[in-house]
Ligand binder design. Structure first.
Ligand SMILES: Cc1cc2nc3c(=O)[nH]c(=O)nc-3n(C[C@H](O)[C@H](O)[C@H](O)COP(=O)(O)OP(=O)(O)OC[C@H]3O[C@@H](n4cnc5c(N)ncnc54)[C@H](O)[C@@H]3O)c2cc1C
Length: 282
């Protein structure tokens, strides 16, 4: 399919991109890796009048490692994250995004701003309790992960704003597990589960975070599972009982791959596996 006609402009700075977006009006869109936007344009699900390319803005791509957090530039590619073993769960999830060609082009900012319920990184941001920085005509603001995802392909980033940075606490000392189920290797997640576990000095679960992908129109935390496991021994019995609660409060939709019930079962099974792996690494 061929997209509708559009204008194209290369932004040289964040300020330039904000100006171009403002001039382009409501139908202008940012272009990062293009690996979500261009397929939608080819299918004519969206027809922006102007694409503002942010791929060449200096300083927007890269990872800064602080004492207790990672600051990731918006145009940092999935491929930049996948080899960073010091980034634990973030790298583990990035490795499982599509194939290497997609990871070479797709960006973390594009993935989070796109707000696709089946994307891998949104649930990871939510589980870490991270945030994003956005800049727009009225200045800069920080949006916590729990306030970012509003619905299918909908986030709280306004149309004139640019996501510039992703901030993720390092959560040193946490074990992690990432489980993704799909029909074919390299597909989108039918369901995905990420888990972070911190073991206390007495061997019990001091903290646990579980993120669910594709179990609703937005990523979710499996709060019933987290509440059941926090403070409990990290043994088979308690992990299995907590994982059995993973689908509580979810609302997965049925699709060509799976019914809602099948997805709920997947969430429980994958949560068990992710928690076991995370506990072993904690
Ligand atoms: C075949 C295929 C398989 C895929 N499989 C997976 C998968 O398994 N898991 C997964 O998570 N993803 C998958 N993806 C999606 C891929 O990861 C995308 O690259 C990513 O979701 C979007 O990033 P992008 O940089 O390509 O964004 P783009 O496509 O350029 O942009 C996406 C949207 O975000 C907006 N946007 C981009 N950057 C910003 C910014 N900095 N600030 C504000 N708005 C912005 C754009 O205007 C657009 O609306 C797949 C893609 C393809 C083509």
């Amino acid at each position: 399919m061929i997209p509708a006609q559009f204008d194209y402009a290369v932004a040289v700075s964040v300020g330039d991109a904000i100006r171009l977006l403002g001039e382009g009006g409501e139908d202008a869109k940012l272009l990062a890796g293009g690996h979500s936007l261009l397929p939608l344009m080819k299918l004519r699900f969206t027809s922006p009048s102007l694409l503002v390319d942010i791929g060449r803005i200096e300083g927007l791509r890269g990872i800064e490692t602080g004492d207790d957090s990672f600051v990731i530039g918006a145009t940092t590619r999935h491929a930049d994250l996948q080899s960073r073993d010091d980034m634990g769960l973030i790298a583990a999830a990035a490795k499982q995004i599509a194939d290497q060609q997609v990871r070479n082009r797709g960006t973390i900012g594009g993935s989070l701003a796109n707000g696709d319920a089946a994307a891998d990184l949104p649930a990871v941001l939510l589980a870490y309790g991270g945030s994003v920085i956005v800049q727009g005509p009225d200045g800069e603001r920080e949006i916590a992960a729990e306030d970012l995802f509003e619905g299918y392909l909908t986030t709280s980033i306004a149309s004139g704003e640019i996501l510039t940075q992703v901030r993720i606490p390092a959560l040193t000392g946490y074990g992690y597990g990432y489980e993704k189920f799909n029909r074919r290797a390299e597909d989108w997640a039918m369901v995905g589960v990420c888990a972070l576990v911190k073991k206390g000095a007495d061997g019990t679960c001091e903290d646990v975070r579980v993120g669910l992908t594709h179990m609703a129109s937005t990523p979710l935390r499996a709060t019933a599972t987290e509440d059941a496991l926090r403070g409990q021994p990290l043994d088979d019995e308690h992990i299995t009982a907590a994982a059995a609660l993973a689908a509580e409060g979810t609302s997965p939709t049925g699709d060509l791959n799976a019914t809602p019930d099948y997805k709920r079962n997947l969430a429980r099974v994958l949560t068990l596996r992710a928690l076991v792996t995370a506990s072993q690494g904690a």
